[in-house]
Ligand binder design. Structure first.
Ligand code: UT7
Length: 319
């Protein structure tokens, strides 16, 4: 039996930081409201002209360096993003060129905030099956460009960034199991329905959300998915070393940790300083805890994502 295993992680945040105080000066909101409802204090916003592939490039270089791998060794590049540089080519192809990687498979995955979990699951199967040997999996977003910055219900919640992992084939796990799910009947509760057609933008190009419906769904489906994942692997929540959930709202994260039975000190959170970076949030959080030495080789880690679709998923892995 062969597996895929994370050989290195990396991440990147754009330089510009927008704090809650900055937002207070522009719209009818308050630091107190944002912190008490979401736990978010600040978020990073990409510079004009800084594209998803630029953020992905920085995160990818750091992951490759951590894995002591050259871009020339990659034979698979998967980018999870909701904010591709252009309609096509895929951001993965643009990243491949920017990295100077050789000809290899490269494609994007679109599962909004669950994108990285979906991308990791796909890459895991391709690497573990022996079809590919060394994969780069990236979650990268310039979500700030999907926001109406006058809409206080949504613009305070999100930020930009990128996170990446290098996956290699291994004789020991590695990724233990992946669990993906979606319910398209909930498409209306979180969406950007705009699109390009006949040279025009059709529909609303800004994010719309029924926050409370998303909140309730996220807690329900991630709790179910966590127990399904633990059961499949015959492990208990107490055996987990780390929980790295999607970073949308500290109240969702705390409620999930409590329902699943994970001690607060085992939960990795970045939401306070980064907001919700959609597909980048899980690999950004993972990289932060790897780099500061909390997540160590051999640790058992549960990753979880949830987002538009609605989509959701879990990955159980041994670092
Ligand atoms: O990746 C998945 C993406 N999304 C999520 O995970 C989001 C899930 N949902 C949430 O995190 C929460 O539902 C929110 C943080 C979005 C909202 O919190 P809430 O406790 O559900 O607030 P609410 O929507 O019920 O709004 C309460 C009040 C409203 O005023 P009224 O109608 O009661 O007078 C809002 O207009 O808060 C008002 N409000 C704000 N006030 C100040 C909404 N946004 C703001 C704001 N500043 N930024």
């Amino acid at each position: 039996m062969t597996y895929s295993k994370i050989a290195g992680t990396g991440s990147y945040l754009p330089e510009r930081v927008v704090t809650n105080r900055d937002l207070e000066a522009r719209i009818d909101t308050s630091d107190e409201w944002i912190v008490s409802r979401t736990g978010i204090e600040a978020r990073h916003v990409a510079a004009e002209g800084e594209m998803t592939s630029d953020l992905a490039l920085q995160a990818a270089r750091r992951a490759l360096q951590a894995a002591e791998t050259g871009a020339g060794e990659l034979d698979l590049i998967v980018v999870a993003t909701t904010t591709p540089d252009m309609v096509f080519p895929s951001t993965a192809c643009l990243l491949q060129a920017k990295l100077g990687a050789r000809q290899c498979a490269a494609f994007d995955v679109q599962a909004v905030c669950t994108g990285f979990v979906y991308a990791l699951a796909v890459a895991d199967r391709l690497v573990a099956s022996g079809t590919h040997g060394c994969a780069l999996v990236v979650g990268a977003e310039v979500f700030s460009r999907l926001l109406d910055w006058n809409d206080r219900r949504t613009c305070v919640l999100f930020g930009d960034g990128a996170g990446a992992v290098v996956l290699r084939r291994a004789e020991t796990p590695g990724i233990l199991s992946t669990h993906l799910c979606a319910d398209g009947s909930l498409a209306h509760i979180l969406r950007v329905d705009g699109g390009i057609s006949h040279g025009q933008i059709r529909g609303n190009p800004y994010l719309e959300m029924d926050g409370q419906a998303v909140y309730r769904t996220a807690v329900r489906v991630l709790e179910e998915s966590a127990f399904q994942t633990l059961k499949r692997n015959g492990v208990t929540a107490r055996e987990l070393d780390w929980y790295v959930p999607h970073q949308a709202n500290i109240r969702i994260i705390n409620s999930l940790a409590d329902k699943i039975g994970i001690a607060p000190e085992k939960v990795v959170t970045t939401v306070a300083r980064q907001g919700n970076t959609s597909a980048a949030s899980v690999p950004l959080a993972l990289d932060s805890a790897v780099r500061d030495g909390r997540i160590k080789p051999g640790h058992l880690v549960l990753l979880q994502g949830v987002g538009g679709g609605m989509t959701w998923g879990s990955v159980l892995l041994r670092m």
